[in-house]
Design a protein around this ligand. Structure first.
Ligand code: COA
Length: 337
């Protein structure tokens, strides 16, 4: 896993003493027992790790027959069936990439073998790991992870001790409508404040870019809390900071208001994967806070880093077949091209 390993080599270990506990943090490290269980003087302290992966699953991935059949065998049978139902190959590839990202991440960071865990979905569709390992290290914070796929990319964000949601949005000019007509149809998705920011951001392209930036922010929060459709989006309002979003850097200035009150327990990391793809990561408290420790303060004490590109061979390097090969799966995939 060349790229992933390269990413790991840039790992940062730092000690935070601002929170209620003194917590050693490791960014982007694979789990190993030596790293996971760090002993402070007299007591064990949790390690906080964090992962950001992006996979170019459209132009960047034109699977051969063998690759597609291998990918199909590497996901759970119900997901293989679901992916096989897509009419368009691009949707099938995105969904497949999302599954491979999650399985690859779980193998890499939770030390589970590919065939020895099961991903389930909540009632609202959010994937989670059934029976996550508890015995790696008693003081490890639990992992949270989420994937998103849109445009050219499938992305995964994961971290320990906090809740995470991710959304990638491609900036696309409306095809069959004017920008003002498109905005009119979308009126209810954003608040007055958000519309004023979007519509005062310059050219039509800049307005659409701002629109999708706000969209990714809202979706990232909705995905972190897992509610999916049905959340009244007018309850959420985003206030952007002054830093511009750019490729290769991450900004954390954006604030979220829920029902008019600033949510200080939530933070948002924004970056561009390329000029057209905006990605937002929502990070917030877990349902069961860890008494005596402050994961958000710990996390904030680290410099955020951008998403790292991974390849198909990275994603599949630990894969093991979960089902029998089905050659007709390739035939129907080709028909959807
Ligand atoms: C799934 C949902 C939460 C996001 O959908 P999306 O933005 O189209 O899709 P993304 O590519 O970002 O994410 C899809 C992935 O998120 C995960 N997911 C599914 N349901 C989820 C949920 N309730 N919470 C978190 N993640 C979820 C899955 O891994 C899914 O991939 P899969 O379908 O291949 O299994 C969608 O159901 C939804 O409700 N969206 C809100 C719609 C809306 O009005 N948005 C307006 C924003 S301004």
């Amino acid at each position: 896993m060349d790229l992933i390993k390269a990413q790991q080599d840039k790992s940062v270990i730092s000690t935070n003493t601002q929170g209620r506990g003194s917590v050693r943090t490791v960014e982007n490290q694979p789990p190993s027992h030596s790293l996971h269980c760090v002993k402070a003087v007299g007591s064990a302290v949790p390690v906080m790790a964090s992962v950001r992966w992006a996979f170019r699953c459209q132009q960047g991935w034109k699977p051969s027959r063998d690759e597609w059949l291998q990918a199909a065998r590497s996901v759970q049978s119900e997901e293989m069936f679901r992916i096989g139902q897509f009419v368009f190959a691009k949707d099938a590839k995105s969904a497949m990439a999302g599954r491979l990202l999650m399985r690859s991440f779980i193998c890499e960071y939770m030390e589970l073998k590919w065939s020895e865990f099961t991903l389930r979905r909540s009632d609202r569709g959010k994937p989670y790991l059934e029976n996550p390992p508890k015995d790696l290290c008693p003081v490890d914070w639990p992992w949270s992870f989420n994937v998103s796929h849109q445009g050219e990319y499938a992305v995964l964000a994961a971290l320990q001790g906090l809740q995470v949601g991710v959304d990638v949005m491609k900036t696309t000019m409306p095809g069959n409508k004017s920008v003002s007509e498109f905005f009119r149809v979308m009126t209810r998705q954003f608040t007055e404040h958000e519309w004023s920011v979007i519509q005062s951001s310059g050219s039509e392209h800049q307005q659409i870019t701002s629109f999708y930036r706000h969209w990714a922010l809202k979706e990232s929060y909705i995905k972190a809390i897992g509610t999916g459709l049905g959340f009244n989006l007018q309850r959420l309002e985003f206030h952007l900071g002054s830093d511009a979003v750019a490729e290769g850097r991450v900004i954390r200035q954006t604030k979220m208001y829920l029902d008019g009150e600033e949510e200080r327990d939530w933070m948002f990391e924004e970056s561009l994967l390329d000029a057209d793809h905006h990605v937002a990561v929502a990070i917030g408290p877990t349902v069961e806070p860890d008494a005596g420790l402050d994961p958000l303060a710990t996390y904030l004490s680290n410099t955020p880093y951008p998403f790292k590109l991974v390849s198909f061979s990275d994603l599949i390097s630990k894969a093991k077949p979960l089902t029998e090969e089905d050659p007709t799966y390739w035939d129907s995939y080709q028909l959807s091209y």
